[in-house]
Design a protein. Structure first.
Length: 77
């Protein structure tokens, strides 16, 4: 039986969660760039918003990935 008909793979089940985790990682990079810009640690309000938003998005993405990992594979057609 071909692999495409054997059921959904983990990557296809967890795609949204992995995408959100990637977006969250970019948010953490933005926080770092804004907080540690030129001279030491000087985080303003915008940097803290980046950190807060990235944390929320990464937590949601992680929850979706865990949910996809726990879900049993559906049988193929």
């Amino acid at each position: 039986m071909p692999a495409s008909q054997s059921g959904s793979s983990f990557l296809s089940r967890a795609a949204l969660g992995l995408w959100l985790c990637g977006i969250g990682a970019l948010g953490f990079v933005q926080f770092y760039l804004r907080a540690f810009g030129d001279a030491g640690f000087e985080a303003g309000a915008i940097a803290w918003l980046w950190l807060f938003g990235a944390s929320i998005v990464t937590a949601i993405g992680g929850a979706l990935v865990v949910r996809a990992a726990r879900r049993p594979r559906s049988p193929g057609p």
